[in-house]
Design a protein around this ligand. Sequence first.
Ligand code: NCD
Length: 313
Amino acid sequence: MRHLLGIHELGVSGIEELLELTDNFAEVNARPIPKVPALRGKTVVLAFFEDSTRTRVSFETAAKRLSADTVSFSTSGTSVSKGESLRDTALTIEAMGMDALVVRHRSSGAPWQLARWLRSGASVVNAGDGWHQHPTQALLDCWTLRRHFGSLGGLHVAVVGDIKHSRVARSNVAAFSLLGADVTMVAPRTLLPPSVDGWAPGPGALKVSNDLDGVLGSVDVVYLLRMQLERQGEALVPSLREYTARFGLTGARADRLRDGAVVLHPGPMNRGVEIAAEVADGPRSLILDQVETGVAVRMAVLFRLLNPGGEPV
Ligand code: NCD
């Protein structure tokens, strides 16, 4: 494995391997000094061409805990055009010497392009490309659920919200299905993709519904997605208030979940829109566990790519 691009390329064995490696780094992170020398002398470049808080900070923390040097640059707000300028930027950074390029880009497929362009053997890690993939988010969610439930096999997960514009949905539904969880995607028709072909490549089944209330009583996990207003070129829901009335996880809806059911959200949350504040902060919420796991998962990914065959410390 040289790059981490999407969940489909990883497959079940790749996912399992990274989840197991994450166990080691979660243990490192629980130490009084959560730092190991595993990637000393390596350089990790964080290239975020699109806004991010938690993913960027999480990758940077992960690289530093592995003793790698980090260089970060962001170009949000500029109009880095897809072809030439992205290639030039990447080759320029590469010429200065780097071992991994962690990239977030608004164009779907940008990390695949970069992987083809780089000449030095550096690894590309996809930190989110357009509406397409966000593999480390899926990995950290799988690890969080596996730690909570023991396994994803047989779980029923509702993925709720703006599925059409969500790379998190595309990565997570694939990973959940590969690990044996059944998924129901719940959204108004305007926020569903035109086709779900290829979304669930594993044994877990995929269904689609526009009735959150009908689904709630049978799920183990409610995975909420942010309303991605910046990606919606037109009004796809009549109003946010109406959206919340039908698809928001309000306190009353959360009360109707079965015992033991949990709530996840990749962040950033729109409190009061897709999730009520009392649910986000309530006993079913694993949202901060997700954030915590993010660092260990990204340590596992960087370690696996930059120190292949190395024993985790
Ligand atoms: C997501 C993203 O940027 O893809 N956030 C994240 O990485 N934690 C989801 C989102 O933007 O809604």
